[in-house]
Design a protein around this ligand. Structure first.
Ligand SMILES: [Mg+2]
Length: 267
């Protein structure tokens, strides 16, 4: 589908929901997670979309408070740590089962630290998980192997799983919760008939699956948007309905959507 066809398809059926990943989608990938910032144009577009659409959501692997602080927009929903954490209508929710993994997570990290003293390795602790970023190490391929081999042993039989992303290995509770199940739940709770989701990484494939499942089950229209990048994971392009070029390409698509929504309002 090209962009014009995608917009036509979506806008034929309303109300419309828009959901987006954070890192690599509305924010350029930064060398460390703390340095990431929302692309100003994307923030402006999301602000305007939140005024016009009944549901706008940011779905991130980051902790929900972190995502909310970085995006900084009221009136939208935040799903954090791949759906284990949610901020909606002024209140934070954490998947209760995830909290029971807190002790196991902390002890795995504690045991892993001595073996993971690589220069440039960044360990990000979250309420219900952790991310080990190896982007800044001198040899990321070697660092990845080392991180995985250390964590694979330590997580065995703990109920904690390893999930990979763009130059990151994540520790997550082995629960049936991911970006896709969280997006599915979110959409079914809102009276929308069409939904678009954009993402750049492996876990966004889950979101695409959840989006499609919602479309099939609820008879809604769904549009999966892949953000292309030099680090684009295998399968993302094939799984998407539309592929856009980087953060800027997604902003262009949101912009075109707004123009169409505004034009409809003026009729
Ligand atoms: Mg991302």
């Amino acid at each position: 589908m090209d962009r014009a066809e995608a917009l036509e398809y979506l806008l034929n059926t309303q109300p419309l929901a828009l959901a987006t990943d954070f890192d690599g989608t509305i924010s350029e990938i930064a060398s460390t997670p703390e340095l990431a910032a929302v692309d100003p144009r994307s923030r402006e577009l999301l602000t305007r979309l939140a005024d016009r659409l009944p549901l706008v959501a940011v779905i991130s692997g980051r902790g929900v408070e972190d995502a909310r602080r970085l995006v900084g927009l009221p009136g939208i929903v935040y799903l954090g740590n791949h759906g284990l954490e949610r901020w909606e209508d002024g209140a934070a929710h954490v998947e209760p089962l995830a909290l029971s993994y807190h002790v196991a997570l902390r002890s795995i990290l504690e045991a892993a630290r001595p073996a993971l003293k690589l220069p440039g390795l960044v360990i990000e602790e979250k309420e219900t998980g952790a991310s080990i970023h190896y982007r800044l190490t001198s040899d990321p391929a070697v660092a990845r192997e080392q991180v995985i081999s250390v964590l694979r042993d330590l997580t065995e039989d703990t109920g904690i799983q390893l999930v990979e992303g763009r130059r990151v290995v994540e520790l997550r509770p082995s629960l049936d919760v991911n970006k896709g199940t969280a997006l599915f739940d979110l959409l079914t709770r809102h009276p929308v008939r069409a939904a678009v989701y954009a993402g750049d990484d492996r876990t966004d494939l889950d979101a695409f699956t959840g989006l499609r499942r919602w479309g099939q089950q609820e008879g809604g229209r769904s549009l999966a948007v892949a953000i292309s990048s030099p680090e684009m994971p295998a399968g993302l392009r094939q799984a998407a309905d539309v592929v856009v070029e980087g953060v800027e390409g997604w902003a262009d698509l949101m912009d075109a959507l707004l123009i169409r929504l505004d034009a409809e309002n003026e009729l």
